[in-house]
Design a protein around this ligand. Structure first.
Ligand code: SDX
Length: 426
């Protein structure tokens, strides 16, 4: 491919460099376009615009490929553990055994959340959505850890990573405990990271609690599958907020809010609610496919479609297989799973979905597993956030290490021309 693109406007030619990535993706570098030509580009939703160069995640939407730091998601989901993958995503290499042990030990230094944070969570009604509480608590962590991290100082950055990995998991589970009226649990430094999630969520002072290893393994795999996904909406938000040199907690808090939306991470909750509605309405998958295709009907098939994947989301394939395994191992016979499979089969044969390259995405089956694992529906997107945390940290760290400029898009104004100030006499 040529290294130069030529743009002609009113007979004037402008040469723009073409950037080629390590997987042969190509981009026209327009960073000098306005200076040279006086014009800008316009791309609502950034469907055709790259915001950065990144070494963290590669995905190919046409081929359904996803890799973290060059490792295929299929390999990582099958052979690695979540904490190991979080280290890979954040620091760029798989940890050695001693590095992983040290990383887990260092995270444990920060798993105690300031007791005064409990008075903040007490201010929320039990009915508050866990994602709203999580975003608030994440931002509140800044109040108790006010020293903003110097991203250029390797030691400070490493400590901030461990602190964030430690405290975020605890406050994420507190959102559930609050909604149930249960006492807030503490991280147990004698247990593993994902095992701690189960204890933090479900252990009650009234008796012993031993989580099922099948559940811990399934969650570990699910967290790996959610760990990063290049410049998705919430990650771009974390980068944007961090580009003003706002702190890591503040940036992640913004990412939690972006993930909450039903078009993004909130879709895993919306999928389950959709499947339950279909079940209540007699389980007629075709009726709901018709609604999804009807332009006059606001109903969308949640868990289907993706901005980048125009083929199967590789994560959806892994999660679908895991759903079968986990439900049969746990002896759960959930009719919702068969409704989901019927929906998928019908949609994949339907021209409307095929012509728009609409396939199941990561959110289509994940909720079915979470439900089988005893996770309440309104906690599904919190599960997504726990998995995505390493990606948010990694992308924030990369943006700051690369000294990227503050994010500030331009616009095309289409409002009133200049007009004189006159109050109406009515
Ligand atoms: C995530 O970006 C990431 O990487 C995100 C994520 C990550 O890991 O961070 O992968 C996680 O957010 C997955 C997506 C979860 N969202 C949902 O499942 C919500 C349902 N899906 C859609 O709302 C939609 O598919 C989006 C938002 C995911 C993508 O929307 P786009 O890329 O803006 O596509 P579009 O809205 O322009 O749709 C193109 C066409 C339209 O029809 P036409 O106008 O061409 O006739 O496809 C139709 C849309 O109406 N369409 C759907 C549909 N999704 C798209 N029609 C019915 N049901 C759907 N789900």
């Amino acid at each position: 491919m040529s290294k130069i693109a030529t743009l002609e406007i009113d007979g004037n030619k402008f040469e723009l460099p073409i950037v080629i990535g390590s997987e042969n993706e190509a981009a026209v570098d327009i960073s000098k376009l306005r200076d040279q030509s006086g014009v800008i580009t316009l791309d609502p939703g950034y469907k055709n615009s790259g915001s950065c160069k990144s070494e963290i995640t590669f995905l190919d939407g046409e081929l359904g490929i996803l890799r973290y730091r060059g490792y295929a998601i299929e390999d990582l989901a099958e052979k690695a553990h979540f904490l190991e993958v979080s280290y890979l995503v954040i620091f760029g290499e798989l940890p050695t055994a001693s590095q992983l042990l040290q990383y887990e030990t260092d995270i444990r230094k920060y798993t105690l959340v300031n007791e005064e944070m409990k008075s903040i969570i007490d201010g929320f009604p039990k009915t508050a959505h866990p994602m709203g509480v999580l975003s608030a608590l994440t931002s509140a962590l800044t109040a108790f850890n006010p020293k903003s991290v110097n991203a250029e100082n390797e030691k400070e950055m490493y400590e901030a990573v461990c602190k964030t990995m430690g405290k975020f998991l605890v406050i994420a589970t507190w959102t559930y405990r609050k909604s149930m009226g249960f006492p807030l649990n503490y991280y147990d430094n004698t247990k593993g990271y994902v095992e701690n999630f189960m204890h933090l969520m479900f252990e009650l002072p009234t008796g012993p609690y031993t989580p099922d290893p099948v559940v811990i393994n399934a969650l570990d795999k699910l967290f790996i599958l959610h760990a990063d996904h290049e410049q998705n909406c919430s990650t771009s938000t974390v980068r944007m907020v961090g580009s003003s040199h706002a702190g890591l907690f503040a940036s992640i808090s913004a990412g939690v809010s972006a993930l909450w939306g039903p078009l993004h991470g909130g879709a895993n909750q919306a999928v389950l609610e959709m499947l339950e509605d279909i079940q209540k309405d007699g389980g007629d998958a075709d009726k709901y496919l018709a609604k999804a295709k009807d332009k006059n009907d606001p109903f969308r098939l949640m868990g289907f479609g993706h901005r980048v994947y125009k083929n199967f989301d590789p994560r959806a394939k892994i999660i679908k297989k895991a759903a079968d395994e986990v439900l049969s191992t746990l002896g759960v016979d959930d009719p919702i799973l068969s409704i989901a499979k019927r929906l998928e089969e019908s949609a994949l044969q339907d021209d409307y979905f095929k012509s728009r390259n609409l396939y199941p995405n990561v959110d289509f089956y994940s909720g079915i597993i979470y439900r089988a694992l005893g996770i309440p529906t309104d906690m599904f997107t919190v599960m997504f956030a726990i998995g995505r945390l390493p990606g948010w940290i990694a992308q924030w760290k990369e943006m700051r290490e690369n000294k990227e400029p503050i994010g500030r898009p331009r616009q095309i104004y289409v409002g009133y021309p200049l007009r004189e100030f006159k109050r109406s006499q009515e």
